[in-house]
Design a protein around this ligand. Structure first.
Ligand code: AMP
Ligand code: MG
Length: 399
């Protein structure tokens, strides 16, 4: 049995980023760049007014107040036609090009219109360069503005638009197939008979993968027979990642591991020192990564967040693909049962200016409802004896 940290490392090592592709920039939100991006322009592209006001020669205001003659009005999107000389001013709007001769913009609030013959009174003296954004002060032509590996957020979308990068090379999201195994499973529309339960894992796993933008197909339910499992598993081999739930424990009808081996799947691990979720198989068949998770809903949920989360994000080009942990102050004592790493559904919140965490009431790995009252997983480390209220503990934020 290997540790959770070793298992996550194996997943990271055995997973490769997908082949990058060029995508319309608007559709790249949340993806990782697979190329550096250069600017084809200066930003600002010209000396630009940062205010609505008057473009003037700063030295003219040394003995303000002073009256100047207004020679034109420059709107954003139009080039100035007149040079500003001493004693003159051009009315200018935010975003317009500063006219030749002028070296400062004084905002309207610091001026007074004189009703007669196009004159303006400048009320205060103003420094050279005031309210002018210099050509190229933010971005220079040819400059690398975004780098390979960066995650695209709204601000990066804006930069791609600014530099005219209408198609950009990104790492795509993986295709994922999900198979639910178990002869007791029925689908959502059915009313289960006494010996049956509804398939919930198929849907919660699909939602977990879709939250990461993966392209998910729910392949359906198979009975606990080698034929059915093997048939569906082989159908799923066109996907980048295939997820199975159920049938990986020690029971007589837990056949998923055997089927994977019969199909000559390369197995990287089969058991992790983890609660919930000890039996979890990770392997590769051809180009498809296969994860076989335990059937209990919370075990399937947690093992996805630890292992499949990491694989999806590695395929998507993230440089730190695994879940990050942060620390919070524990609000209640926790008594530790086993020497396996535990992940407990817990509630994380801000109280008294710090981050606090407390476990929610939870009856074990079948109790999915408890996770609806949780927003994080509280980590009880392998070597912990007892965790006392007031101490810092590691948590993984889920939402
Ligand atoms: P298994 O890992 O196949 O031994 O299943 C462990 C427990 O999880 C059993 O009680 C199953 O009925 C339940 N289970 C298995 N698959 C699912 C599923 N897709 N949805 C909900 N519960 C499941
Ligand atoms: Mg089963």
């Amino acid at each position: 049995m290997i540790s959770v940290d070793t298992a996550i490392k194996i997943v990271t090592d055995k997973t490769e980023p997908l082949q990058s592709r060029a995508v319309p920039f608007e559709n790249t939100m949340g993806l990782c760049l697979a190329q550096d991006v250069q600017s084809d322009i200066d930003m600002p592209p010209f000396d630009r007014s940062a205010m609505d006001g008057y473009a003037i020669i700063a030295e003219d205001t040394a003995h303000a107040p002073v009256e100047l003659t207004v020679i034109e009005s420059i709107a954003a999107g139009y080039m100035p036609t007149k040079k500003v000389s001493h004693g003159q001013a051009s009315k200018i709007m935010t975003g317009a090009a500063v006219p030749e001769g002028a070296n400062a913009v004084v905002k309207f609030e610091e001026t007074e219109d004189i009703q007669t013959d196009n004159r303006v009174k400048i009320l205060r003296s103003i420094d050279k360069g005031s309210n002018i954004s210099k050509k190229g002060e933010d971005i220079q032509i040819g400059q690398t503005v975004l780098y390979k590996g960066m995650v695209i957020r709204p601000q990066e979308i804006g930069i791609l638009a600014s530099v005219g990068k209408s198609y950009v090379e990104v790492f795509p999201t993986p295709t994922i197939g999900i198979i639910s195994t178990g002869s007791e499973l029925v689908d959502v529309e059915s009313k289960p008979s006494v010996a049956q339960i509804r398939n919930s894992n198929g849907y919660s796993l699909a939602a977990q993968a879709r939250r990461l933008k993966a392209d998910v197909e729910i392949l359906g339910i198979v009975k606990d027979t080698k034929e059915e499992i093997s048939g569906m598993l082989q159908k799923g081999l066109k996907k980048d990642i295939l997820i199975l739930s159920g049938g990986v424990s020690m029971g007589e009808y837990d056949l998923v591991g055997e089927v994977m081996k019969d199909l000559h799947t390369q197995i990287y691990f089969e058991k992790v020192a983890l609660r919930p979720g000890k039996p979890v198989i990770f392997g590769r068949k051809d180009k498809t990564l296969i994860f076989a998770l335990p059937g209990n809903p919370v075990a399937s949920f947690v093992t996805f967040e630890l292992f499949i989360y990491t694989a999806i994000r590695k395929m998507m080009g993230f440089s730190n693909p695994q879940r990050i942990t942060i620390q919070a102050t524990l609000e209640t004592d926790i008594f530790v049962k086993r020497k396996r790493r535990e992940y407990r559904p817990a509630l994380f919140c801000a109280r008294d200016n710090t981050w606090k965490v407390s476990p929610v009431e939870w009856h074990g790995s079948a109790d999915l409802l408890a996770t609806t009252r949780a927003n994080c997983l509280l980590i009880v480390r392998e070597d912990a004896q007892k965790l006392a209220a007031g101490q810092l503990v590691d948590v993984i934020l889920l939402d």
